[in-house]
Design a protein. Structure first.
Length: 189
């Protein structure tokens, strides 16, 4: 992501990367060591996105947004709002009421976090992105203060009766993201 962003020019097409990580804790630039409550065999990786500490693992959709914000004509706040709205709209398709929170980026069902966001903006281009918990082992979250919030509960789509797998949800989520970011079919290869 860093190399792609550093090497891109004004005509470089935007990209969206979909993946699942092996078990890993990632700690953003503002991350405080005290938010790792207990060490385990899961590695902790320092990364250059914003935010505190989170967990990634199999059964979680990770979407990296490598976008030229200047070309899109949007700022960071619009990007974050669009990411959150895409997640909210996806969950609404399954009759799940989800919300965003003021000063706590991400998406929540009731008071539990179901999706996290973390970005880096360099030269008006974004990288990193979002993750949606689908059907994963969420016990590693007990070793951290997720996103820097002590006692924050996490949840996943499976726990809310969504039987769709990660691939199905990822494809639908990308569609919602493209809509929120103003892409039309002429922008998509």
């Amino acid at each position: 992501m860093k190399n792609f962003t550093a090497q891109r020019g004004p005509e470089t097409p935007d990209e969206i990367w979909l993946l699942q990580h092996p078990p890993v804790y990632t700690q953003g630039l503002a991350g405080k060591p005290e938010h790792l409550l207990q060490t385990s065999d899961i590695p902790l990786v320092q990364i250059d996105r914003g935010g505190q500490i989170t967990y990634h693992g199999p059964g979680q959709i990770v979407i990296y947004l490598l976008l030229d914000l200047k070309r899109l004509g949007i700022g960071v706040k619009v990007l974050v709002h669009g990411m959150e709205q895409a997640l909210i709209d996806l969950l609404a398709e399954y009759d799940i009421s989800a919300q965003r929170r003021e000063k706590a980026p991400g998406v929540y069902v009731n008071s539990a976090k179901i999706a996290a966001l973390g970005l880096r903006i360099k030269n008006n281009c974004s990288y990193h992105g979002l993750c949606l918990n689908v059907d994963m082992d969420i016990t590693p979250y007990a070793n951290i203060n997720p996103c820097g919030y002590a006692g924050l509960q996490v949840t996943q789509t499976r726990d809310h009766g969504i039987a769709a797998d990660a691939d199905t949800l990822a494809e639908a989520l990308v569609g919602h993201l493209l809509l929120q970011l103003g892409y039309t079919e002429k922008h998509i290869n």
